[in-house]
Design a protein around this ligand. Structure first.
Ligand SMILES: C[S@@+](CC[C@H](N)C(=O)[O-])C[C@H]1O[C@@H](n2cnc3c(N)ncnc32)[C@H](O)[C@@H]1O
Length: 249
């Protein structure tokens, strides 16, 4: 009897988990989030030995999956032809930053770029954001970043500690060709984009990490607002990235 009850409970529990995992979720009745399964199967992230080796060394220092990290690596590689600086806002323990820096080092033999974080967690959460309240992801410090760059034998990039752009924006003096915004909240991402848009090189790529996720709905809203801006083409990648290709001419 007890066995039977346990079996029924197990089946019920499994279905509950499946439902939570796959059921569509709505945000304020407007945005729908539903797990996507593309039909495509090409998987260069397993084939590129340099990337895969780098990924295995840094994965503990990142909250991102292999799909987004590979896309950062691939876009950073291509942006090396655009001539400007690389900037990441929202580095946490430095995992995605290390992937970007490795791509730059491989292409240009320099991994010079701006790595920005408050190191005190997420900021500027407002009524727009579903999930964040400020202070999340504060479980980090510069030692983690040092460690991951050391693991890859990379020089430590320029680290800007504080809220970007409010505290540290003025330290980015050059033009920007690669911008990774991974900050989770609407207002934080908006201020960063507005500040950086006057600095873009003729061609630039801007990646919003959090476009496709229910927990970071503020970023979905922001990218949807920016979609019709002049000089930019928007790509919604099913890995969750919102990508803007900037082309001034
Ligand atoms: C999800 S974590 C970044 C994850 C990281 N890119 C990785 O590879 O896993 C978001 C980070 O953004 C930082 N952050 C949010 N808004 C910021 C701002 N305006 N300026 C600087 N850092 C910010 C937080 O401190 C937090 O560490």
């Amino acid at each position: 009897m007890i066995r039977k009850i346990k079996k029924v409970f197990d089946i019920f529990f499994k279905y509950c988990c499946l439902y939570i995992h796959f059921a569509p979720r709505k945000n304020n009745g407007e945005l729908v989030y539903l797990r996507s399964f593309p039909e495509a199967t090409y998987a260069p992230w397993f084939q590129d030995i340099f990337f895969y080796d780098t990924y295995t060394k840094i994965k503990k220092y990142s909250l991102k999956d292999i799909y987004r990290l590979y896309e950062l690596y691939s876009l950073a590689t291509q942006a090396c032809n655009y001539g400007g600086s690389f900037v990441e806002i929202g580095a946490w323990r430095g995992g995605s930053a290390a992937i970007i820096a490795s791509a730059k080092k491989k292409m240009l033999n320099s991994n010079d770029f701006y790595l920005c974080d408050t190191f005190e967690g997420v900021v500027k959460a407002s009524f727009i954001d579903n999930f964040y309240n400020n202070g999340e992801h504060n479980d980090t410090d510069l030692n983690y970043v040092n460690k991951v760059f050391d693991k890859l034998n990379l020089m430590l990039p320029k680290v800007l500690t504080g809220i970007f752009p409010d505290d540290t924006g003025n330290e980015v003096s050059d033009n920007v060709s690669f911008l990774h915004i991974d900050v989770d909240t609407y207002q934080s991402a908006k201020d960063i984009f507005n500040f950086c848009q006057n600095k873009f090189t003729d061609k630039a790529v801007i990646i919003f990490d959090d476009y496709g996720f229910f927990e970071t709905n503020g970023i979905t809203i922001l990218c949807n607002e920016l979609k019709n801006k002049k000089n930019m083409t928007f790509i919604h990648n099913l890995n969750g990235h919102g990508i803007f290709l900037w082309n001034k001419v």
